[in-house]
Ligand binder design. Structure first.
Ligand code: SF4
Length: 73
């Protein structure tokens, strides 16, 4: 069995709470079936967050991107 090394939570400043509305369950790296992360080691709280958070592009449908663009003017 191959086990890929994952990054320690401390390294990526993982926290058990959301940050600026960003949460692990919306992250590309999150594995919802097992509450794990493809990149960070250990059990991951769906409501947690870390510094390498990357929004899952599959969630775009739930976001009004036009509004986001308008806000960044
Ligand atoms: S925010 Fe960090 S810990 Fe959470 S799923 Fe994404 S990469 Fe993993």
């Amino acid at each position: 069995m191959i086990t890929l090394a994952k990054t320690a939570k401390e390294v990526v400043k993982y926290q058990e709470t959301p940050k600026d509305g960003k949460v692990c369950r919306d992250c590309l790296h999150f594995i919802a079936e097992t509450n794990e992360c493809k990149t960070v080691a250990g059990a991951i709280n769906p409501e947690g967050w870390c510094s390498i958070y990357f929004k899952n592009p599959m969630l775009k449908k739930e976001t009004n991107e036009t509004n986001i663009t308008a806000k960044t003017v």
